[in-house]
Design a protein around this ligand. Structure first.
Ligand code: NAD
Length: 501
């Protein structure tokens, strides 16, 4: 199957005749590193192809960070983003280390762009690739997971990052993946999780996947544990069609997939939400090649085609995409794609853009021409319906403690607090492994202990009991650093066991 023959539908179509459409307001960010070079080349192609865009430029990224704005953008930029229909964004540089939040994550989350769609296609025989038949779309959840960015240093030795997964978040992204597959006539949706280890968080994602799949009986489904799924994707990508996965896994596997298709420089991506959309290349700002005029603008250019399709300008999108295919087919390649004996001419960023412009109106001859379905049904964005509350009961509390004591000593100290509060110390773990009772002498321990107190039968255990327990622990000079309440939901535990428990 040659992948380029599949119609690429707009996420939202505009019934208005494309020819008569007035310019659509979009925001454009030129980015950092190679950003300005690839954006200039891409915009030149969009303009030459007849895209109807009313461009509002925004300054975000390094300049904003270095002028003291830790979020990487000025508050006034939000107004522009709200008023425009889409953000066309070149990559930006996130300064490493202290205090700087990732602007990409901030925009995706603040604007509710929950779906990150990353098509990864190989272009054999005109681009060298190990995987001639690759045509995979990664649908990555964009708002949750470890990217919630909730991190704490809790003790001298231990740092923590919270993985936050919600049922509505899972429902939105999984349903989007199935809708995407249906509208784009894709045959299979695969789910990647690590629910053999993270049974509650990844387990929820998998469970929602199984539930939603029932509404799409014509689409084949399967589930892969992320490690073997990623290995299989790198080795036999033709096994996959659409992959839906959590934020971090999606970030990693889409870079792998783009790279094995030929170059990370050719992967486009859209970020879709109910109130807006953002289009960008999947790669970063590549600071080491910035300013040399050699970066491949293809990822950003193809993201521009995705944006035009989203805005209802499917004819222009199709024209650009086919001219791009013809350009790479003619062997006009930037250095990242250039292969002696296969490529014909090595060009820089600007020259590559000019070559695409020169081919506008032409179609590829060896590769299949793309067809954007002008009448495609828009992909519906699902609004999660709140579910009935389950019966939630407080059955205990995990108290996290910093201490240099041995587990037995610590248990003795903690047990002094338990009696009058109606709880019993049930176990102590260190980095998730049970170390009390019955420790294994081989287990390595840090200064960070999770101490599980369970409510005793017939005791009245409530939030006030937790406060009373903490108060007793404080009087015994126990240095508690946080608590996690242990609930059951309709009798089912909402917490995991300790390893070895
Ligand atoms: P990167 O994607 O910028 O670069 C990885 C490698 O791919 C480098 O060798 C680079 O030269 C090459 N490469 C990337 N794009 C290319 C292109 N268009 N043409 C030719 N070669 C290309 O990843 P990185 O080096 O890890 O990150 C650099 C910066 O980009 C960091 O500050 C990071 O935070 C940022 N970043 C931004 C985005 C975004 O804005 N969406 C995404 C990822 C990383």
């Amino acid at each position: 199957m040659n992948v380029q023959s599949k119609p690429l539908s707009p996420e939202k179509s505009d019934s208005m005749n494309e020819e008569n459409q007035s310019p659509v307001p979009i925001a454009v960010a030129h980015g950092d590193g190679i950003g300005p070079e690839i954006m200039a080349a891409s915009l030149a192609v969009l303009e030459a192809a007849g895209a109807k865009l009313d461009i509002h430029e925004v300054v975000i990224g390094e300049k904003a960070y270095l002028s003291g704005n830790s979020s990487g953008l000025d508050a006034s930029v939000w107004d522009i983003l709200r008023k425009t229909k889409a953000l066309y964004k070149a990559p930006i540089t996130t300064p490493q280390g202290g205090g700087y939040k990732s602007l990409n994550v901030t925009i995706r989350k603040s604007m509710g762009l929950f779906a990150n769609v990353r098509p990864c296609v190989s272009y054999a025989p005109v681009v060298e690739t190990k995987h001639a038949g690759m045509d995979v779309v990664i649908v990555r959840e964009n708002e949750e997971d470890l990217y919630a960015g909730i991190e704490h240093r809790q003790t001298d030795e231990v740092y923590q990052c919270l993985k936050v997964i919600s049922r509505p978040g899972c429902e939105k992204i999984v349903r989007y993946a199935f809708e995407y597959a249906r509208v784009n006539k894709r045959k299979k949706v695969s789910c990647f999780t690590k629910d053999n280890i993270m049974k509650l968080t990844d387990g929820l994602f998998h469970k929602v996947f199984d539930e939603v799949a029932l509404d799409y009986p014509e689409i084949e489904t399967d589930h892969w544990i992320i490690d073997i799924g990623a290995a299989m994707l790198a080795d036999q990508p033709e096994v996959f069609d659409v992959i839906v996965t959590l934020n971090l896994y999606g970030d990693i596997v889409s870079d792998i997939t783009a790279q094995i298709s030929g170059s990370v420089g050719i992967g486009p991506s859209s970020n879709i939400g109910a109130h807006g959309a953002m289009f960008e290349a999947i790669h970063g700002s590549a600071p080491t090649i910035a300013g040399q005029g050699i970066a491949n603008p293809s990822g950003l250019l193809l993201a521009g085609a995705m944006m035009l399709a989203h805005l209802g300008q499917t004819r222009v999108a199709e024209k650009i995409h086919n001219a791009w295919l013809r350009t790479i087919e003619d062997g006009i390649h930037t250095p990242d794609l250039f292969t002696e004996g296969l490529s014909v001419k090595k060009v820089g960023t600007h020259e590559f853009g000019e070559a695409v412009i020169a081919r506008l109106g032409q179609n590829p001859e060896k590769l299949d021409k793309v067809t954007y379905d002008k009448d495609a049904k828009p992909i519906e964005i699902y609004t999660p319906v709140p579910r009935d509350s389950e019966k939630k009961e407080l059955v205990g509390v995990d108290v996290f403690v910093q201490s240099r004591m041995e587990p037995d000593q610590l248990a003795k100290l903690l047990s002094q607090a338990e009696h009058s509060v109606g709880v019993k110390l049930e176990m102590i773990t260190n980095r998730g492994v049970k170390v009390w009772p019955d420790p294994m002498p081989e287990t390595f321990c840090t200064d960070h202990w999770r101490c599980r107190f369970m409510a005793q039968p017939d005791s009245q255990f409530d939030l006030a009991s937790v406060v009373a327990l903490l108060s007793r622990l404080a009087s015994s000079n126990v240095e508690f650093i946080k608590t996690e309440h242990l609930y059951t939901f309709d009798g089912q535990p909402g917490f995991s066991l300790g390893h070895g428990q």
